[in-house]
Design a protein around this ligand. Structure first.
Ligand code: ADP
Length: 341
């Protein structure tokens, strides 16, 4: 059986189940991105037809400097290749290379009641962080739905922070299908075992736009500095006070960087160890874990052509799918020239 997408096909129905997920180039990849989503991006390449998007239209809601956005997009391609995305197996795309995403979002806008997007939790969160209240910010989950369903993807590897958005994508699909006929499948989220990763403030979701991240490819000394500054259990004031590992973000992160986390948590609970020891150990383990990926990233970054070549290959793979869906939708809703019967 053929294992890869072929640019000569125009399959709106895939041979294997299709997967799509997007990541914003609004900052460097961080532990939340990696543990919540990127781990599954890599794993799902083996079994599924995978398309991963660097969603720069989305990032326009928070990054307002053109040169910076272009730089961050370039860096995100390198991050994704370094964590293990293989352009032979997946299609890595830049959203803005494929404006059909935005066209489908516009069509969805005519189906989606405003109240659905106003109640989205991430919209409220971003407003609280002080992100400008633009139409783009409000419309973000509609574009996200378009990103997924333009490929008729059925599975979407995302972090648990995205559960509400995925539910909204499903509602949008149902609303569209009710109005025009059943052409889109409802996408299902695929989560890792990791809960939403908290930021270095220990209080809110780790997020590029919140400035509370531990970037996975930061220099080792920077990772040490960020981990040492993490907020832990605020009630543990003296070294001899017993800690509460269940609410300490450092203890929680240890679960993903070693098999001895129960002992580490016990050390905190009994005050056998102090926060400083536990943080130092975590920082070294994070640095060690990402060391081979960091080396791979440096190797890739030395090749000035690799990013645009990867994106060109991704574009060529997805174009036929996207064109087939766009033609089908335009015909159905009655825009553009009539298609030959
Ligand atoms: P950010 O919030 O940092 O801008 P994105 O919106 O680009 O991240 O999300 C990229 C992927 O990373 C999504 O699948 C999202 O669910 C996941 N993700 C982002 N932050 C976290 C987090 N703190 N914990 C778990 N997953 C996360």
């Amino acid at each position: 059986m053929r294992q890869t997408l072929d640019a000569h096909d125009a399959p709106s129905r895939p041979l294997r189940e299709r997967v799509f997920s997007g990541i914003q180039p609004s900052g460097a990849s961080h532990l939340g991105n990696y543990l919540g989503a990127q781990v599954n991006y890599v794993a799902m390449q083996e079994e599924f037809e995978t398309i991963y998007g660097i969603v720069d239209y989305h990032a326009l809601t928070t990054v307002h400097d053109g040169a910076e956005l272009r730089r961050l997009t370039h860096e995100m391609v390198l991050d994704l290749l370094a964590v293990g995305l293989d352009p032979q197996r997946c299609a890595l795309i830049r959203q803005s290379d494929l404006p059909e995403h935005a066209e489908l979002a516009w069509i969805f806008n005519t189906v989606v009641p405003v109240s659905w997007v106003e109640r989205t939790p991430t919209y409220k969160e971003k407003r609280q962080q002080g992100v400008e209240n633009s139409m783009g910010l409000l419309d973000y989950p509609v574009l996200q739905a378009a990103d997924i369903v333009i490929y008729k993807a059925t599975r979407v590897p995302v972090g648990k922070d995205q559960a509400a958005h995925l539910e909204l994508s499903r509602e949008i699909v149902r609303a569209f299908n009710r109005r025009y006929g059943p052409i889109f499948p409802e996408p299902e989220p695929v989560f890792t075992e990791v809960p939403v990763v908290l930021g270095t403030d220990g209080a809110t979701k780790m997020s590029k736009s919140a400035g509370n991240t531990i970037p996975i490819f930061a220099e080792p000394d920077e990772i040490r500095r960020l981990v040492m500054n993490m907020v832990t259990d605020r009630q543990r004031i003296r070294r001899s006070d017993p800690g509460r590992p269940e609410i300490c973000n450092v203890c929680q992160l240890h679960r993903f960087f070693g098999s001895d986390y129960l002992q580490i948590q016990d050390g905190e609970r009994t005050a056998r160890t102090g926060c400083v020891d536990t943080k130092q150990l975590l920082a070294e383990r994070i640095i060690e874990f990402f060391r081979p990926m960091r080396a791979e990233r440096a190797r890739l970054a030395a090749d000035p052509a690799v990013v645009e070549e990867t994106l060109a290959a991704g574009r060529a793979k997805v174009r036929p799918i996207l064109e087939a869906t766009t033609a089908e939708v335009r015909q159905l809703v009655g825009i553009g020239p009539r298609r030959a019967p």
